[in-house]
Design a protein. Structure first.
Length: 161
């Protein structure tokens, strides 16, 4: 197991996880990566399954991006729980969803601000959420990502996959 390390991107701590441990997030290579942003258990599981099918079709990979909010009372690089625990928790979630994905954890103060700095180039992002006609947090997130120039697929957590 590699030693835990941290990286800073635009004022947010970003940790990248794999089965080998945590390391600073690396720049993407030429392989297509389909990103999924954590929005809750059921919504993210549906989004991961959709992203996995999309990535398989395009011979790409899936990455779960977790925007983990740290209260202002704590230093940004010291969340309530350890980074290793966070990675283990989300790794278990991805495994239970039955998909293969890397995990990036972004320690932030405000998720909507952090998402603006999450991707350096236009990305393909799958966002899971509740099937509603009115604007909710997940739909606002998807709209923000679209305004930032990303390709966004919204997946309802009510879809049986």
């Amino acid at each position: 197991m590699k030693q835990e390390t941290q990286g800073i991107i635009a004022g947010h701590d970003v940790l990248a996880g794999s089965n080998q441990g945590l390391q600073p997030r690396q720049e993407p290579d030429e392989t297509l990566t389909v990103h999924v942003i954590w929005t809750g258990d059921a919504a993210t599981a549906a989004a991961l399954r959709s992203a996995s099918r999309l990535a398989a079709f395009a011979e790409g990979t899936v990455c779960l991006d977790v925007l983990y909010r740290v209260p202002f009372a704590l230093p940004l690089h010291q969340p309530q729980v350890s980074a290793a625990w966070l990675h283990s928790h989300y790794r278990n979630f991805v495994d239970s969803a039955g998909v293969q994905a890397s995990i990036h954890i972004c320690l932030c103060r405000d998720e909507m601000e952090a998402v603006k700095d999450l991707f350096k180039t236009p990305a393909i992002v799958v966002v899971g959420g509740k099937k509603r006609t009115w604007l909710n947090k997940e739909r606002r997130l998807a709209g923000l990502l679209e305004r930032l120039g990303h390709e966004v697929l919204f997946v309802s957590d009510e879809v049986k996959q």
